[in-house]
Design a binder for this molecule. Structure first.
Ligand code: ADP
Length: 632
């Protein structure tokens, strides 16, 4: 089978676009899912960082203040030594024997203030007395003039310094104050404190923080690994200067190098450090921090609070995944909804088509019903018309029967009148003769005349009786004796049949027709035959009967002039006659045929090859009344 290519054309682009959609949709959805997941992750991380930095801001403030208070609580201590006379005596007279007293005083003060050491230097920077005078590594007699805190304090400025002790190698915070007497600086009082407690406190609180000094070197850190590392790159010149000052003793002062650094705002950074542990693949773990830095009051130092971003990252990742999954779910839902919408649309279209087909069907049914009703009405009308026509026909038939009878009576009346006139004339003559014979006394002759008159009167009675029975309107039902009917007919036609030779070849049968009607039919048939044989020198009439099925066929054949072919077509039409003048009405055959049909029989014509005409009357047979009476 060949397809029309034009029919395929609109289908191909639809299939193609559906194929493209099906091929492109999954990667597109995956791409969008990943993209939205990433976006979700970033948004969540940014929001988290903002929240964290707000919380961190408060934490930063809190812990920075703690550091500030820890540092500032020792600030006043060096200046207190100005009030101690022994200290000023020692400084003004180093060999005056005050050293021991000052040493002991400083020792007690140091113990009470829980500082690391308290010592006094003369203006040349040599240690004159110290709290640790008993220790082997005591500062006593040490020249610390190179220390910056001394140089600042001897100039009358507050000396602040974080460094590693050149004697003990121990890190500490040095606070120095120039001791004045009479407006002149006579020496410098120094207190060394350890800030380890801060570190310990941070560690206990699991806080990640560090303090960097003016050189950017981390001097305090919750993580010991970060201690004495620089937070910013140090130039070789700075490194050399710091080495010369021995501020950090001989520490290499490496730079604290994060794996990644991102400045988020002023004083807020995102730093990623390698973690101490390793992950399952053996790669060093990374730890990201939110670093918030604030300058500490009264010092050139900075406090940095590190807030780990691991939890935030995990949370953001979960949220990113959730966003991706939600998108995937929404997409699946949208696809499912779309598919369902399509199915519903298809169903709706099918239902609409069905409804349309239904309504069309109903419309057609209504139209057909209307047509049928109309044709029914038409048929009813036709039936009414037919019934009316039938009634009219029946009426016409009855009229015809009656007219036929009247015509027959008319025809007969002439012959009857003739028949009756003859006996009447004979009666008149005979009665006159009889009177005369009686007057003469010829009784024999008179009685013979009277007998003849009697016979004549009987004959006249028979003639009038047959006329009465003929004129009476019969009905369709009844039984007739064929023999009786033939006899009655012959009697009616007696005066015309005399010179005709009659062949009687039938049985006496009982037929399902009114006796009078059968006689009417026979009078017509025999009358016509006699008319046809009028010019025949040897007229002959055959009455032949035979049983055929449930009917009896009586054939009335004559040797008359026959019927010419043109006349044969119109034989049974009313008022068709070939007889001249008042001799024929043209109703005899029509009437006879209708009477035969009414009795469920037939009347037909035959044209024998030997000449003449034969009319065949077929009527249903019935059981003779005598046979019916027999069982009684
Ligand atoms: P009518 O006798 O008044 O003419 P019918 O109906 O009896 O009316 O007959 C119609 C015609 O049929 C007759 O006029 C006659 O021409 C023809 N016909 C009838 N019977 C015979 C017959 N036996 N032989 C020849 N012609 C006949």
């Amino acid at each position: 089978m060949k397809c029309d290519p034009s029919l395929l054309q609109p289908v191909q682009p639809a299939v193609k676009s559906r194929l493209i959609r099906q091929l492109l949709l999954p990667p597109l959805v995956i791409l969008l899912m990943v993209g939205l997941g990433m976006a979700g992750f970033l948004v969540s991380e940014n929001n988290g960082i903002r929240t964290l930095s707000e919380t961190g801001e408060r934490q930063l403030e809190l812990h920075a203040r703690t550091v500030e208070s820890e540092i500032s609580k020792y600030t006043y201590l060096p200046s207190l030594l100005e009030l101690e006379d022994s200290v000023s005596h020692l400084l003004t007279d180093p060999d005056g024997g005050y050293r021991q007293a000052v040493n002991e005083y400083l020792e007690g003060l140091n113990r009470r203030s829980r500082s690391r050491a308290i010592f006094v230097l003369d203006t040349s920077g040599r240690v004159q007395a110290t709290s640790n005078w008993r220790d082997a590594d005591s500062f006593l007699g040490e020249d610390l003039s190179f220390r910056a805190y001394f140089q600042d304090a001897v100039r009358g400025e507050p000396g602040r310094f974080y460094g590693i002790g050149s004697t003990t190698g121990e890190a500490g915070y040095y606070l120095a104050h120039g001791l004045e007497e009479h407006g002149k600086i006579i020496g410098v009082a120094v207190i060394k404190v350890r800030l380890d407690t801060l570190e310990e406190r941070w560690q206990r609180a699991r806080l990640e923080a560090f303090v960097s000094d003016e050189n950017g070197i981390i001097i305090l850190s919750s993580d010991p690994a970060r201690r004495l590392k620089s937070v910013r790159p140090l130039t070789p010149q700075i490194k050399e200067r710091l080495a010369r000052s021995l501020q950090y003793y001989w520490w290499p002062l490496n730079e604290l190098q994060p794996l990644a650094r991102e400045t988020l705002a002023d004083g807020v950074e995102k730093l990623t450090f390698p973690a101490n542990s390793e992950n399952s693949q053996g790669k060093p773990r990374e730890v990201a921090y939110l670093a918030q830095t604030r300058r500490l009051a009264d010092t050139p130092w900075h406090f940095t609070l590190l807030t780990p971003l691991q939890d935030l990252r995990r949370e953001s990742m979960v949220q990113g995944i959730l966003v991706g999954v939600a998108f995937a779910l929404l997409t699946i839902l949208a696809i499912a909804w779309n598919e369902r919408r399509k199915v519903i649309a298809t169903r709706l279209a099918a239902r609409e088509a069905l409804e349309e087909a239904n309504s069309q069907l109903e419309r057609k049914i209504t139209e057909r019903t209307a047509d049928l009703r109309a044709s029914n009405e038409r048929l009813k009308g036709q039936i009414r018309e037919r019934r009316h026509a039938e009634q009219t026909l029946r009426h016409a038939q009855d009229e015809l029967v009656q007219a036929g009878k009247l015509a027959a009576i008319g025809q007969m009346s002439t012959s009857i009148a003739h028949e009756l006139n003859q006996p009447l004339a004979a009666l008149r003559t005979l009665s006159g003769n009889t009177v005369r014979f009686l007057e003469r006394g010829a009784l024999e002759t008179a009685s013979a005349n009277l007998r003849t008159m009697n016979e004549l009167i009987d004959r006249m009675g028979r003639i009038t009786a047959s006329l009465r029975s003929f004129a009476r309107r019969g009905d369709d039902s009844g039984q007739a004796s064929l023999e009786k009917a033939v006899e009655a007919t012959l009697q009616v036609l007696a005066n015309r049949i005399d010179n005709c030779r009659l062949h009687r070849q039938f049985d006496d049968q009982w037929l399902a027709i009114d006796q009078t009607r059968l006689e009417q039919i026979l009078v017509n048939l025999l009358g016509n035959a006699l008319d046809a044989m009028a010019g025949q020198p040897l007229p002959q009439l055959w009455l032949e009967g035979e049983i055929q099925g449930d009917k009896y066929r009586l054939r009335v054949r004559d040797n008359g002039h026959g019927i010419d072919p043109e006349a044969r077509k119109h034989l049974f039409e009313p008022f068709f006659t070939t007889k001249p003048g008042e001799h024929g009405l043209g109703l005899g055959l029509t009437l006879s045929a209708s009477l035969a049909t009414a009795a469920k029989g037939t009347l037909s014509v035959e044209h024998p090859a030997g000449g003449g005409t034969a009319f065949v009357l077929a009527l249903p047979l019935v059981t003779p009344p005598s046979e019916l009476a027999e069982p009684l």
